[in-house]
Structures are given as C-alpha cells and as structure tokens.
Ligand binder design. Structure first.
Ligand SMILES: *[C@@H]1O[C@H](CO)[C@@H](O)[C@H](O)[C@H]1NC(C)=O
Ligand SMILES: *[C@@H]1O[C@H](CO)[C@@H](O)[C@H](O)[C@H]1NC(C)=O
Ligand SMILES: *[C@@H]1O[C@H](CO)[C@@H](O)[C@H](O)[C@H]1NC(C)=O
Ligand SMILES: *[C@@H]1O[C@H](CO)[C@@H](O)[C@H](O)[C@H]1NC(C)=O
Ligand SMILES: *[C@@H]1O[C@H](CO)[C@@H](O)[C@H](O)[C@H]1NC(C)=O
Length: 422
C-alpha cells in the first residue's frame, strides 16, 4: 500500500524542521503551486519517489482483477517516463508485414522519407514495462472477444493490436470483415475461436456522427442517455477498450438532444463541453456496471490523444504544425493546448466514483511529446489535392492520426502491462 498524501507531506515537514533551506524551498513550492495549481504538484510528484497522487489511481482495487497474472511494481506509474531510442527492438513489426493497416496510416507507403519515429521505446521512470508477448495475449483471448469502441484514434489502436498479433496466425485461419454500414469491423482467428473487434461510436452515446462512412458533420449533436443504442452491440465482450474525446471538442459548448433524433420538434440544449462529456462518461459507467461482470471481464479507457496542429505550442513558428517534424518535444512538462486538462479532471472525477474497476490508459502526456509520430501528409487522401494545397503541405497535414507502426503500439504495450500486471 502507498502512504496517503498526508503522511508523505508530514515527512517533508519533518525534514523541513531540520533545515532552513528545505523550509525556504517548501515555502517556494507552496507559493508556485498556488500560482500554477495542481499541474505543478503533478510534476513534483514525478520527482518524489513516493507520490501520493489521488488522480493517478482512479481504479479502486478490491480483489484480483480478471486476467491478472502478476502485479505491477509497487509505486511505479508506467505512464510517467521518457522515450528512449531502441533500434534493436523497434519497430515491433514492419508496416509492409501488416496488411490490415488502413491506407490512412501507412506512412512509408505514402512516401514518408524518415523512419526515426518507429524507433522509440517508452521507459517508465520507476520500473520497466513487460515485453509485449503476442503468444500470451492470443492464448488469453482464446474463446473470447475483445472490442475497441470509439473513434478513429481507437481504430488505430485496434489495428495496432491486430498487427502485433496476426503473425502468429496462419493465413487460412484469420479474416477481417467490416459490416456493410461500417459500424463494426471483426478480426477473427478461427483456431483460437477469438474475435478482436472495432465498433465505431465517436461519442459512445448516440449522435449524428454515428454513420461510420459519412460523418463529416460540423454541427454535432449527441443524444442524452442513449448509451444502449450502441451498447447493445458490446454485450458479451470480455475485454472492452473505450475512448472518446476529439468529437466533443467543437468549441466551448456541446449540443445535447433530449428526445430522439426522429422527433420533428427536437429539444436541443447547449451545455459546456465538460458537462456534456461528464454526462457521456457517466452513461458509459452505468452501462459497464449493468453489463460487465467484474470477476470475468475488463474495461479499459484510453485518455485523450493529443494533436500537434499548433507549432507555437512547442515554441515553433506561427503556422507550423506536425508537417516535417522528425524529432519529439524534449520538455518533460510539455502539454499541448488542445489537450484540455479540464476534461482530464472530469475523467478522474467520474472514474473515482466507479464501482466497476475501469483501467485507465493515461497516454496523453507520453503522446504529447510525439509531434514526430503523426501521419502528416503521408497518407491516402480522401479527396484529390488542389494545386494550392500541394504548394503548401502544412495546409493538409494530418496532425491528429498516427503512423503505424509507431506510437499506438506503445499504447498497446501499456494495455498489455495493465491487463496482466495491473
Ligand atoms: C497522467 O499521467 C501524467 C504523466 O505521468 C500525470 O501527470 C497525470 O497526473 C496523469 N493523469 C491522471 C488523470 O492520472
Ligand atoms: C510468452 O507467453 C507464453 C505463453 O504464456 C510463454 O510460454 C512464453 O514463455 C512467453 N515468452 C516470453 C519471451 O516470455
Ligand atoms: C467460442 O467463443 C465464444 C465466445 O466468444 C463462446 O461462446 C463459444 O462457446 C466458443 N466456442 C468453442 C467451440 O469453444
Ligand atoms: C450497423 O449495423 C449493425 C448490425 O445490424 C447495427 O447494430 C448498428 O446499429 C448499425 N449502425 C448504425 C450506425 O446504424
Ligand atoms: C524540413 O525541416 C528541415 C529542418 O529540420 C528543413 O531544413 C527543411 O527545409 C524542411 N523541409 C520542408 C519541405 O519544409
């Protein structure tokens, strides 16, 4: 067990009595943390060997979690760490070896000149990550269903998982099919009787962006309390991996529909993004509590995936973005302006009250450093590019999605670590 926050801070106070210098330092910390709020305290927590942060422990542990075969190292936050170059073991697979990657993510095939972005390994500060063992993962999934539910970023993580596993399965034993409306993609490994699926639900709740093929809607509306609309398709799944964030970011407010989409006189209210997002998260938790058996199943939630559309965030030129970025951001405290801390706070608050233990994949900070890992212009384009665009590649660089192999393989290594060694 970790000491609660109060005991570690009283330890600091005892030290403070020993030395006036430490006392001065402490006063300075208190002053700065009043100035900068909890973010500064979080970064201090990384320096302290025994952090007592409540936020990083949203999962309540009562008894052993399903699928666990060991325990994570005591006091080690695997999401706090740094990137190290590792040419020997990265990438975990080659782009050309994985036929399942959508042309929107095959950067090499689309002319990306560098490969450096594939050669980084995540190194937590306090411990090592277990190596991703595809045999163990696949054996564990025998006779089971795993499903990723969310938006295109979650689809990327889903494809990464399949790329990490598929080589163990002979060609005539595996298949991947997408339902004709595009909502559900199913990868099957027949001998294992396993299916790994992706379900499109960018808000988790019902919305006017649910059509998996045509969803380029600027005036987004999400329907209150409508989790079962999609949730009915998740029943019976053994391991669920949710994400939802980017689609909520349409400004400072979000449109929420109270009745149904079929009604002629729709009652639509506008509430703050945080309030709407919290409503969505609570609906998801309710669904999980009602439909998932905590003794046999696991639920993961992947935190927001950052974008790198504004170079000024990392001290670049005005107008610069992820285009032509081949190095990562070195500042350990870097946090992009589009990753709203207020949303992170909502997630923390909602999860801390959860009765079902949701495993939080806190990938935001570690992905924030990776301005080099986006697909940028090296992807299949939906529409032909205009001469104006071609003359100015920054204008059409995709700074939201990530090349595969790449960053999202690390998200799955973290998922692997938390599944087996929570
Ligand atoms: C997520 O991880 C970062 C980096 O370790 C940490 O600063 C932050 O507090 C974590 N957030 C939550 C909600 O646990
Ligand atoms: C991977 O997992 C399998 C199945 O549990 C095990 O037999 C094997 O030794 C593991 N491989 C490594 C390198 O740990
Ligand atoms: C295959 O897996 C499903 C669950 O996904 C299970 O219901 C079924 O009994 C399994 N079939 C066999 C032959 O093991
Ligand atoms: C797509 O089809 C599946 C299966 O019929 C259904 O469950 C799902 O709700 C459909 N998706 C949409 C957006 O209509
Ligand atoms: C890309 O960045 C390098 C510096 O890192 C610069 O020399 C080069 O001109 C840039 N290329 C383009 C096409 O912007």
């Amino acid at each position: 067990m970790k000491p609660p926050l109060s005991s570690s801070s009283s330890a600091v106070l005892r030290k403070a009595r020993l030395s006036p210098y430490v006392f001065t330092l402490l006063a300075f910390i208190v002053f700065v943390s009043i100035l900068y709020g909890e973010d500064f305290m979080c970064s201090l927590g990384q320096l302290e060997p025994t952090p007592g942060r409540a936020m990083s422990k949203p999962v309540k542990r009562r008894g052993k979690l399903a699928f666990a075969i060991g325990k994570g190292e005591e006091g080690c936050d695997i999401f706090s760490g740094r990137w190290v170059r590792d040419e020997l073991t990265r990438p975990l697979y080659e782009e050309s070896e994985c036929p399942y990657i959508q042309p929107q993510l095959t950067c090499q095939e689309h002319g990306r000149p560098d490969k450096d972005y594939q050669k980084w390994r995540w190194q937590p500060h306090g411990c090592d990550l277990p190596s991703f063992n595809a045999t163990l993962m696949l054996e564990t999934l025998r006779g089971k269903r795993m499903m990723f539910v969310g938006d295109s970023l979650n689809r990327g993580q889903y494809i990464s998982m399949i790329c990490l596993l598929h080589k163990l399965i002979p060609d005539d034993q595996k298949s991947m099919k997408t339902h004709k409306n595009g909502s559900l993609t199913i990868f099957k490994a027949r001998d294992y009787n396993t299916s790994i699926e992706f379900y499109w639900a960018p808000f988790l709740l019902e919305s006017n962006a649910d059509n998996a093929i045509v969803h380029r809607i600027s005036d987004r509306v999400v329907r209150k309390g409508s989790i079962n609309k999609h949730g009915k398709n998740w029943k019976g799944v053994d391991i669920l991996v949710f994400n939802t964030y980017l689609w909520w970011m349409t400004g400072l407010e979000m449109k929420v529909l109270k009745g149904s989409f079929e009604e002629e006189n729709k009652e639509i209210i506008e509430v703050s993004t945080e309030e709407a997002y919290g409503m969505g998260m609570r609906s998801m938790l309710r669904w999980v509590r009602k439909n998932m058996d905590r003794k046999k199943t696991r639920v993961f939630f992947t935190s927001m995936s950052p974008t790198h559309a504004k170079g000024i965030d990392w001290g670049g030129e005005q107008g610069e973005n992820c285009y032509n970025q081949t190095t990562m951001i070195e500042d350990p405290n870097y946090w992009g302006s589009d990753s709203r801390k207020s949303i992170m706070k909502v997630i923390g608050e909602v999860f801390s009250k959860s009765k079902y233990p949701i495993t939080f994949l806190n990938i935001t900070q570690l992905s924030n450093y990776r301005k080099d890992a986006h697909t940028s212009i090296y992807k299949k384009q939906w529409n032909p590019l205009t001469p104006e665009q071609l003359a100015n590649p920054i204008s059409y660089a995709d700074c939201t999605h990530w090349c595969l192999p790449g960053l999202q393989d690390t998200w799955n290594e973290l998922l692997f670590a938390k599944l087996f060694y929570p």
